[in-house]
Design a protein around this ligand. Structure first.
Ligand code: S6P
Ligand code: ZN
Length: 196
């Protein structure tokens, strides 16, 4: 794997290929497998089975060379594969920005959603190509693929925003996104399991 120095870059153009869901030139790439998502799925047994049964790639994140440094504006494309575990659609880990900075997402391919939680209220935005999802300061965010093809989106965020994954493990995201009998999705309350 190529090592990338965390250092400022000069003014530059970055080619955004929506069809291929790539950025060029490319910076760091992150791959998250099922085993990286411990403690996130409702059905722990189904999660363990999926890990043992090939530990599939759930999502990947490709970034431009713009570094995650304060005052910079990095970009990345996340692609979540289609799938569900224990009836729960595949998703990102989800995180809070420690100092509550905002972020924008742009749907690139497939259909998904942006689940947000501020510790009290939960919101869901349907995402598809051409839709901008705005994440205001203070809202933890998780992306979910609710379709049968990969779901990709572009993120643009403050370089000093950071990623607090522990906040989501501690507080949850308010709702879970499950497959319904008609091939769509439905929401349940994280704590009660009741429809939400
Ligand atoms: C960064 C931005 C995205 C996510 C990516 C993966 O602020 O929100 O690039 O990092 O979608 O999600 P997660 O929750 O694993 O970082
Ligand atoms: Zn973020």
């Amino acid at each position: 794997m190529t090592e990338y120095a965390i250092q400022p870059v000069p003014p530059m153009s970055i080619r955004f290929d929506a069809g291929a869901a790539t950025l060029s030139p490319e910076g760091p790439t992150l791959t998250r497998r099922m085993s990286d998502l411990e403690g996130l799925f409702r059905d722990g047994d189904a999660w363990r089975t999926a890990v043992a049964d090939g530990d599939p790639v759930v999502y990947s994140v490709v970034s431009s060379p713009v570094p995650e440094l304060d005052r910079e504006l990095p970009q990345s494309i996340t692609t979540i594969e289609a799938g569900s575990t224990g009836g729960e659609f595949w998703m990102t880990k989800g995180h809070q920005h420690p100092n509550h900075q905002g972020e924008i997402y742009l749907g690139v391919a497939g259909v998904g959603g942006l689940l947000m939680f501020d510790g009290t209220d939960t919101r869901w935005l349907d995402m598809a190509p051409g839709v901008i999802g705005y994440i205001p300061p203070g809202w933890a965010h998780r992306s979910v693929n609710v379709g049968d093809a990969p779901y990709s989106f572009l993120a643009v965020y403050p370089g000093g925003a950071g990623h607090d994954y522990g906040w989501v493990l501690e507080h949850g995201m308010g709702r879970r996104v499950l497959a319904d009998a008609a091939g769509g999705h439905r929401f349940v309350d994280c704590r009660t399991g009741e429809p939400a």
